[in-house]
Design a protein. Sequence first.
Length: 235
Amino acid sequence: MRISPLKLSLCLVSGLLCLPLFAQTMKPATTLFNEVAEVYANISDYTANVSIKIDDASMAGVLYFKKASRLRIDFTVPDKQVIVSDGLFLQVYIPKYGVTLKQQLDPNAGKDQTGGAGLATPQGLSLLRKGYGIAYKIGPGTVPIDEGAKGGSAEPVFKLLLNWQNQNQGFRQIELSLTTGKIIRRIEGITADRKKVRIDFTGIKTNTGIPNNKFDYDAPADSNVYNTFLYGTTK
């Protein structure tokens, strides 16, 4: 069937008229990322249930965050383990070994020093913007959080894929799953040494007025304290 020159011209014109509209709805991945960062910039504090999986090892607990750079996780798995940062020092209490690891934080380190959970903060997002290329994993629309997984959750999320731009970053690649409210729901990453990390945030509550003393921490008196564990250990 031959199409008349008039019909062909009308089709071409219609297509060209639709292109600007499609371009307007196709939000760049960097724009979505910046919108997420803006949401977190307006969060003074939040709590969430957090589950962390590193290769085959699993952890779970309750996370507390407060500006500036205060972060605490009270673990139920492993029971009574604690990670806490008051913005100046990072402490990790490991009851299984009776030790507390303590590290003064370096504000100029250029990477997250509190573990992957620290990426879900304004500071963490700022580091990601500087150190990673940002793209959609699939496209600009929402997809099921467990896409393609048999029996997985159909919770709708936006998915961004971040690839490191230099080897100074802690993760080679990061996948961010974002709620429709532009809150980080899941972080999946491959570390520099190729470990697989997945962090899920659920039951998120923002701006609840967490007091500063929530991030004060005194190591148990019977634990051995090791300082500067990130850059060489001294007792």
